[in-house]
Design a protein. Structure first.
Length: 63
């Protein structure tokens, strides 16, 4: 599984980085970015939770 973030749409709320810090982090510009791809099976549920909770729906997870 691979995670991507539409950084232009990111509002920097930190929710994804708080929910799944092994996959997402806050970059120096204050927007979220992906630190681990592909996503390990152990982190998939946590990454999916971050995606579903994103208030602007900018996280995508695909095969």
């Amino acid at each position: 599984m691979k995670a991507t973030i539409d950084r232009e749409g990111c509002i920097g709320c930190t929710l994804c980085a708080t929910t799944c810090p092994d996959v997402f982090f806050m970059a120096d510009d204050g927007k979220a970015d992906v630190s681990q791809t592909p996503i390990s099976a152990a982190l998939l549920t946590s990454a999916q939770n971050a995606r579903s909770q994103c208030p602007v729906s900018v996280i995508n997870i695909e095969d």
